[in-house]
Design a binder for this molecule. Structure first.
Ligand code: ADP
Ligand code: MG
Length: 495
């Protein structure tokens, strides 16, 4: 067909008039006039397609294809443009794991979308059935790292204990079993906590009724094993959580006994925040070709925490603590003391000035401990005065400040205490009240834990070359300490 073009007349924006000798009978014309007004883009497209003999649909399909290729290219260049740090932040999503739908729903209800690094790296190992010895910082999500694969291993058709988790404290036991309960929601997996200070008869009744996963402290578990209430012969997977703490608490023999009760082949997972010779020995004795994973960075004290210190006379401690708490935007604070009687005394003094304050130590009944623990976790309390019973593994998401009323005994204890704030990347603040006799130990903690100290007031370690250079203080301080008085007693208030 030959079309003779007599002219193209630009009309208003996006429209032209095409003037032909004679208009052919083509699908896009509306009549047989010799000139017509068209929408430029739409019409030219159909016109060209018609002239080149292509069908309209073909054209559109091709266009779409080119468009999607361009989009893909764009996305990939965007990805390439991201810095390594940005790339690092992208973690696997739980929905990419192919989890059973009810479990995925439960996890999403808990607010988890992406896996934390420890979860991402341990998941395939745990699912494969291999033994695992993992080191990870406190607050990194080790509970769910175990709970999610463990629940999937449970055969609910069998009414036997198939998973066992051993933890060092009663509070951790409650916390762990809560997390398993939430993750297992919608499935028939039954978790149960076994710990001392709570009615043994009730626990026995519950176990007899049926439980698939037991979370236990060593003492009560051994009691129940002696009473033949519990059988561990069907356990497929045993987890030693906070293993370094279990050993420090002197539970080695108990663990050895418990492990000897697991007569059938099983998987062993060991989680700790610090690796020492005892942990290495434990992994050699009770694990078969374990995969070792360490996510501990060189800097052992959690980096999301700012470490503040003040040097003062012991008589000034209470006044300085009050000033500090008033000058800070405290969401929740834990105040650590080194002994029960100090907790009692500080609580008696502080309760006169503060509401929403409680104390916790091993001298309280289990009921009272559990109740305070729950109240603090659900933010019904603002201040908690505690011994190190609250120093390990417990997850208090809202804690913004940790105060060391007494300097902890060593760097590990310092890391665990201060790790109660700054959970899951939230910023936290640690404040340590140091007296003269603390200085040698304090120097050691700062050095070994590579802490960048911010001194409020006088820095008694100034000029100490063994320590890294202190960063200048940028933050505007609301709080100023009183000057340190010279001590006469040489630190007699220490334990
Ligand atoms: P750890 O045992 O390593 O000290 P936890 O298991 O107690 O740490 O977890 C610390 C906090 O992180 C908890 O509040 C937990 O609910 C939260 N958490 C765990 N996994 C995730 C995740 N994938 N996404 C968001 N929050 C998480
Ligand atoms: Mg934990």
């Amino acid at each position: 067909m030959l079309l003779t073009l007599r002219g193209i007349i630009p009309c208003k924006e996006g429209q032209i008039v095409i003037w032909l000798e004679e208009w052919p009978k083509i699908p896009f014309t509306h009549g047989r006039t010799t000139y017509m007004k068209f929408d430029l883009l739409k019409t030219l497209r159909s016109f060209i397609a018609f002239i080149s003999g292509k069908k309209e649909q073909q054209y559109t399909a091709e266009k779409k294809k080119t468009h999607s290729i361009e989009k893909k290219k764009e996305r990939s260049t965007e990805r390439k443009r991201k810095t390594p740090a940005e790339k690092k932040k992208e973690h696997m999503k739980f929905r990419e794991l192919g989890l059973p739908p009810n479990m995925l729903r439960a996890i999403e209800n808990m607010g988890y979308k992406e896996m934390t690094p420890v979860q991402e790296v341990t998941y395939p190992v745990i699912m494969s059935g291999r033994d695992l010895c993992a080191l990870a910082e406190t607050g990194s999500g080790k509970t769910a790292a175990c709970a999610i694969p463990l629940i999937q291993k449970i055969d609910t058709a069998k009414n036997t204990i198939q998973g066992l988790i051993i933890v060092p404290t009663r509070e951790l036991c409650i916390q762990y079993v809560d997390e398993i309960g939430k993750t297992a929601e919608g499935s028939n997996v039954v978790p149960f906590a076994v710990f001392g200070g709570f009615s043994k008869e009730i626990q026995i009744a519950k176990i007899k009724h049926g439980a698939h996963i037991i979370v236990a402290t060593p003492g009560r578990l051994i009691d129940l094993l002696y009473d033949s209430v519990i059988s561990l012969s069907n356990v497929k997977c045993v987890i030693l959580d906070e293993a370094d703490e279990l050993l420090q608490e002197g539970f080695l023999e108990d663990i050895e006994f418990i492990m000897s009760c697991m007569i059938n082949k099983h998987q062993t997972l060991l989680f700790a925040a610090t690796m020492d010779d005892d942990i290495t020995k434990l992994s050699h004795d009770y694990m078969e070709d374990p995969q070792y994973i360490s996510l501990i960075k060189k800097r052992a004290a959690p980096v999301s925490i700012e470490h503040y210190f003040t040097y003062l006379h012991p008589n000034r401690k209470e006044a300085e603590l009050k000033k500090y708490l008033e000058g800070e935007g405290v969401s929740q604070a834990i105040i650590f003391c080194n002994a029960r009687h100090k907790v009692d005394k500080l609580f008696r003094d502080m309760r006169k000035h503060y509401n929403g304050i409680e104390y916790i130590h091993a001298g309280l009944s289990q009921d009272k401990r559990s109740s305070i623990f729950r109240q603090f976790k659900t933010k019904k309390l603002r201040y908690l005065i505690a011994t190190d019973v609250a120093g390990r593994g417990l997850d208090f998401t809202h804690v913004s400040h940790v105060v060391n009323w007494d300097l902890p005994d060593n760097g590990t204890q310092y890391t665990h205490r201060t790790g109660r704030s700054g959970r899951m990347g939230k910023r936290g603040r640690a404040f340590t009240l140091a007296i003269k006799s603390d200085l040698p130990k304090l120097r050691e903690i700062i050095r070994t834990k590579k802490i960048t100290p911010h001194w409020i007031g006088e820095n008694p370690l100034q000029g100490d070359d063994t320590l890294q250079k202190e960063k200048p203080e940028k933050r505007k301080m609301h709080y100023r300490p009183s000057t340190v008085k010279k001590r006469k007693d040489g630190g007699a208030d220490r334990r």
